[in-house]
Design a protein around this ligand. Structure first.
Ligand SMILES: *Cc1c(COP(=O)(O)O)cnc(C)c1O
Length: 379
């Protein structure tokens, strides 16, 4: 019997046990402790962000990011439909209204349709962009760097500037991705918009079990996120709280694990890149990552002829593959929301299959995946 090949599992080969053990021995396990600050420092240095705030999850990070922009009732946030639902749910947590946008061939938000929506469906009143049909104020866009692929940030930032909307980068899948040339050469995913969010969930490129990080170049945003994540405590001794806060802080145990993982991130990216190239060299067609970037190669997108049949055949051979997310504008809680010219997302939704991509995937395992895919192609 062949060993099971999972889609994406973590890789613990560094100082994980040492650092977590140290946190336990020092008896700092909860939402205070040295590792949290260290992890914030190391991560902000790595992505070259001015400020970083560690939090409980990527979802919590996006929630805090929206709150830090003062987004709430009567506001619209533009969101992609082709993404994980956690990129959109926080829009509802703050009682704002999502409007769903299409992707382009990079699977990330289509900046041309974004611009077209702003130009055709909205108008300016008192310097604010108003959605004509609903009268709501278009305040922000959530840009998701899908599967580690950088969105077209140059175009997105141009549109955002022109129409006065904030850019929240969901970089949960794209830690380590950066531009190698162009206007944003050297800039990392998550650090180009107003605020960016990373996730360290179990299937992400590095993991803390669960966890997230907010990065920004704006001190006020960082302070507000940190404040809200720690129950908005305004007096450390006398339990004074000046806002309704959240218990969203990362724990010291998670941060200890994160420090060990971050040390190995570049190695993980190299392994993922090698495996990506191996698939391609064996004539497995994977969607490309954006040119002019160094992607983190987090997930590989295979364009299947018959997605479900290919998935079934892989499963029969103990290989886990997964279709891309169901489009969010078709999900029960979002069916009645507005969407704008969604076309490409449907095309990609029907075809993409994510193939095994763990950093620890061996060449033998990869060859097993390839031989099953070739069998399917020959049918
Ligand atoms: C993983 C992920 C999130 C949420 O991160 P959590 O840490 O699991 O809450 C949000 N958006 C996208 C696109 C993700 O892949």
């Amino acid at each position: 019997m062949n060993r099971h090949i999972p889609l994406s599992v973590p890789c613990f080969r560094g100082n994980e046990i040492a650092y977590v053990t140290q946190a336990i021995q020092e008896e700092w396990v909860s939402t205070a402790g040295k590792a949290i600050g260290n992890f914030e420092d190391q991560l902000s240095k790595y992505v070259k962000a001015d400020y970083a705030v560690a939090c409980q999850s990527g979802t919590a990070g996006i929630h805090l990011a929206l709150l830090s922009q003062g987004i709430g009732k009567n506001d619209i946030v533009l969101v992609p439909t082709l993404t994980f639902v956690a990129a959109v749910n926080p829009v509802k947590y703050v009682n704002a209204t999502p409007v769903f946008m299409d992707c382009d061939d990079s699977l990330t938000i289509d900046p041309y349709k974004l611009e077209e929506f702003c130009a055709k469906e909205c108008h300016f009143t008192d310097g604010r962009l108003i959605h004509t049909k609903t009268g709501k104020s278009v305040r922000a866009v959530v840009v998701v760097h899908v599967f580690g692929n950088m969105a077209d940030m140059e175009s997105v930032m141009d549109v955002a500037k022109r129409y006065g909307i904030r850019v929240i980068e969901d970089a949960t899948e794209a830690l380590g991705t950066y531009y190698t040339s162009g206007k944003y050469a050297g800039r990392y995913a998550g650090t180009i918009g107003d605020v960016g969010v990373f996730s360290f969930n179990g299937n992400k490129i590095i993991t803390t079990g669960g966890g997230g990080m907010i990065v920004t170049g704006n001190e006020r945003i960082a302070n507000e996120c940190r404040h809200l994540s720690t129950q908005a405590k305004s007096d450390l001794l006398y339990f004074d709280h000046d806002e309704i806060g959240y218990n969203y802080r990362m724990t010291n145990l998670q941060a200890a694990l994160g420090l060990a993982q971050l040390e190995q991130l570049e190695e993980f990216i190299l392994q993922k890149e090698n495996n990506y190239r191996r698939y391609v060299e064996r004539d497995i067609e994977l969607l490309p990552f954006r040119r002019d970037t160094r992607p983190n190669y987090w997930f590989y997108s295979y364009m299947a002829e018959d997605r479900d049949e290919t998935m079934r055949l892989l499963a029969e051979n103990e290989i886990q593959a997964r279709p891309v997310w169901k489009l969010i504008h078709t999900l029960k809680p979002y069916r009645d929301e507005l969407s704008y010219r969604i076309e490409k997302a449907v095309f990609y939704h029907d075809r993409i299959l994510n193939l095994p991509c763990s950093a620890g995937l061996t060449e033998e395992e990869l060859d097993r995946v390839v031989s099953v895919l070739k069998e399917e192609m020959a049918l």
